[in-house]
Design a protein around this ligand. Sequence first.
Ligand code: PPS
Length: 300
Amino acid sequence: MFSHTRFVYLFIGSVVVVVILMLYGADVSCWYSTASTRNYKQRLPQCIIIGVRKCGTRALLEFLGVHPDVTIAQDEIHFFNQDDLYYGYGIEWYRQRMPYTYDGQVTMEKTPAYFTTREVPERIHSMDPGVRLLVIVRDPVSRLVSDYAQTLANKLARNKTCPSFESMVFESGSGRVKSYFKPVWTGLYHQHLQRWLAFFSRNQIHIVAGEQLIRDPYQELVKVERFLNLTHRFTTDQFYFNRTRGFYCMRNLTSGHCLGSSKGRKHPHVDNTLLMKLRDFYRPSNRAFFNITGMTFDWD
Ligand SMILES: Nc1ncnc2c1ncn2[C@@H]1O[C@H](COP(=O)(O)OS(=O)(=O)O)[C@@H](OP(=O)(O)O)[C@H]1O
């Protein structure tokens, strides 16, 4: 038999343990509210980061995941862009790839290939015409060099050689930009966005400035918070600048977390005349993009 005093000690001890766990960031809500009352289940995403590849999609997703009302799918799902594979499995397959969420939380996934794949806007629209979309963009010239840096790193990791940036991006005889080369046309943001606007209204699509997310993540995240009608829960101290990485990382009560080493690679040197040619190539598309979005960026 427990004495009265032992019971009091046990009770106080349990409260102390719970408080310590909460201080260390553990979610103990499930201990006092049953899963069924808060409807804990897998849901289709109410918000998708659709692109653009190499513009900061992973940083955006993980930073948004810091918000208590956002739950993110860790992997890129590629459901809507993989015709013969995943899309054929049906929407239930997709739902099962999503994290569990409570009522009122936003489920989010990111697959950058959605932005440039022709069939995807219609497919996402048929899943949910009211879905919110996030598009993060960056200077298309740096985006292209970043894409090349990734190809180069992957080849080197497999002990393979990689053609030069110049030979991949420019035609050998004429020196013209290979506009038909996927890494090049990915940066023609206005063309892709037009296809999305055939299915979604402009106010369903929020554009995130990639360079700004690098410089000051908090400010860009607050804009997304507003776009998604989330309660304001971001604070500046959730993000800290890591000098070694040269990027902002996330902080919780116990530790910090930076993105993996494949994010923020050193870019290979590209000759200035090639960069100038690429700037000329992208300029009309950039301007069309600024017109459609009603936004301007410091790349032109
Ligand atoms: N906080 C933080 N940490 C690290 N990296 C950051 C961060 N914020 C933005 N970025 C930029 O993200 C670029 C990679 O973009 P993505 O995540 O969209 O790449 S991918 O398409 O998923 O492969 C990556 O591009 P590169 O610098 O060219 O590697 C980064 O510039």
